[in-house]
Design a protein around this ligand. Structure first.
Ligand code: SF4
Ligand code: SF4
Length: 96
């Protein structure tokens, strides 16, 4: 099966085998009902959110939080829970 056919997880054929190493082809961000919003002003760049994100959706550049990749963030809220200074707020997806 061609990689180009699998634009998102919704296109995954039922009861079929998916090519190894192809998870980047499945943008799981559409699962989200709440989104994490990062406040750079109070972030201390301790990287706890980056370490704990199960989807590798928090991107780091030069040792600092760069951005949240909303194509893959599923909105689990773990990053907001572990942040010691509450620099990540979970907001309703519809409100953004
Ligand atoms: S856990 Fe909070 S303070 Fe630490 S890097 Fe993430 S957003 Fe910044
Ligand atoms: S909400 Fe969950 S998936 Fe999204 S960035 Fe935070 S820890 Fe990662």
């Amino acid at each position: 099966m061609s990689k180009n056919i699998l634009h998102s997880w919704k296109n995954t054929p039922l009861a079929s085998r998916v090519e190894e190493g192809s998870s980047k082809n499945f943008k799981t961000g559409s699962w989200r009902s709440k989104k994490p919003v990062h406040n750079k002003e109070i972030c201390t760049n301790c990287l706890q959110c980056w370490i704990n994100c199960p989807d590798n959706a928090i991107k780091v550049k030069d040792g600092n939080i760069d951005k949240i990749d909303y194509d893959f963030c599923k909105g689990c809220g773990i990053c907001a829970e572990v942040c010691p200074v509450k620099a990540i707020e979970m907001k309703n997806e519809k409100d953004e």
